[in-house]
Design a protein around this ligand. Structure first.
Ligand SMILES: [Zn+2]
Length: 288
C-alpha cells in the first residue's frame, strides 16, 4: 500500500484498501466533478459536519466520556493556540488497533486507539495530533478541493454544489471521499504538517521530539511485520526521511526551546489505562 506509506501516517490499511476498491467502483459518479474557485470557512465547517456524521456512523467510535474529555483537552490545548479561524475542533478516538490518525476539514481529528496505546509518552501522541491539526489549519484537503485534484475530493465538491447528490448514494461516496482525503496528501503536505506539528506542540509547552519518536515506533512496527511494505520501504526510505527532516527541524529551534517542555504526564498514562480497560466498541449498526 505505497500510497498510504509515502503519504500518511499509517501502517495498516486493510479498511482503507477495501474503501479504495469501492471508491474505484463509484468513481464514475464523481469523476467529472469540477473544482471550485474557493472554499469559504463556512463551507469548510459545513463539510466537516457532513464528513464527521458519515464517519461516526461507519466507524466504531469510543464513547467513554472520561477518555473523550482527555482526548479533547489535549487536542484543544494544541489547536486553540494556532487556529485563527475559530474552527469547532473535535477530537475523536476510533476503536481500531491499527496505528493511524486522520484529519477532516473543519477541525475533526480522528485518532485510533491503536496509535494512542502505542504512544509511550504524551508528547508522542501530541506530535501526531499536532501533525493532523496542521493538515486542517494549512487547509491541505481544502486546497486540493479548490484545485479539483482528487477523485475523493471531487466527490466532496459534488456534494457541496449539489446537495441532492449527497442524499442519493452520495452518502457512501462521502465516506469514501473522507478516506481518500486522509490517504492522499502529497509528500509536500506531509512535510509541511510535520513542520507545523513541531511548532504547535512546542507552543503548547510539549516536547516536539515526540513526533519523530512516534515515527520510529511506526517504522519499527512495520519492519517487524514485514510483508509487502518492507519491500517498498527498502527502495523508498520515506519514513526515515521524515524522521530525519523532523529532527533537523527540531535541532534548528532557538537555543533553550526544549528546556522546559513536557514529555509525559501521569494524566496521559491514566488515559491510556482507561482506554485499555474499556470493552471493545461494537461496529455501528449502519456500518458497511
Ligand atoms: Zn499527514
Amino acid at each position: 500500500m505505497r500510497t498510504t506509506i509515502d503519504t500518511h501516517m499509517s501502517i495498516a490499511h486493510r479498511t482503507t484498501h477495501t474503501y479504495r476498491r469501492r471508491l474505484l467502483a463509484v468513481v464514475a459518479l464523481a469523476g467529472t466533478a469540477a473544482g471550485c474557485a474557493s472554499v469559504s470557512p463556512q463551507q469548510e465547517a459545513e463539510m466537516g459536519v457532513n464528513y464527521a456524521q458519515q464517519i461516526n456512523a461507519q466507524l466504531p467510535i469510543v464513547r467513554d466520556p472520561e477518555a473523550n474529555a482527555y482526548m479533547n483537552r489535549l487536542g484543544d490545548s494544541l489547536a486553540v493556540l494556532v487556529d485563527d479561524q475559530g474552527r469547532n475542533w473535535r477530537f475523536t478516538i476510533v476503536d481500531d488497533p491499527d496505528i493511524n490518525a486522520f484529519a477532516v476539514p473543519g477541525g475533526y481529528i480522528y485518532v485510533n486507539k491503536g496509535l494512542i496505546l502505542r504512544a509511550q509518552t504524551l508528547s508522542q501522541l501530541a506530535g501526531v495530533v499536532g501533525h493532523e491539526i496542521a493538515h486542517v489549519t494549512q487547509r491541505h484537503s481544502v486546497k486540493q478541493m479548490e484545485k479539483g485534484q482528487k477523485i475523493g475530493i471531487g466527490a466532496t465538491v459534488a456534494c457541496i454544489l449539489q446537495p441532492s447528490f449527497c442524499q442519493n448514494g452520495g452518502g457512501d461516496l462521502l465516506n469514501l471521499g473522507a478516506t481518500a482525503i486522509m490517504a492522499k496528501f502529497s509528500r509536500g503536505d506531509e512535510n509541511e504538517a510535520d513542520q507545523y506539528g513541531v511548532k504547535y506542540v512546542l507552543r503548547a509547552g510539549l516536547d516536539p521530539r515526540g513526533l519523530p519518536e512516534m515515527f520510529e515506533i511506526m517504522l519499527a512496527e512495520r519492519d517487524s511485520k514485514g510483508g509487502s511494505s518492507a519491500g517498498f520501504l527498502a527502495s523508498h526510505p520515506v519514513e526515515e526521511d521524515r524522521i530525519a527532516a523532523t529532527r533537523r527541524e527540531i535541532a534548528a529551534l532557538p537555543a533553550g526551546s526544549l528546556r522546559n517542555v513536557t514529555r509525559d504526564t501521569p494524566g496521559f498514562q491514566a488515559f491510556k489505562a482507561r482506554l485499555r480497560s474499556l470493552p471493545q466498541t461494537p461496529k455501528p449498526a449502519g456500518a458497511r
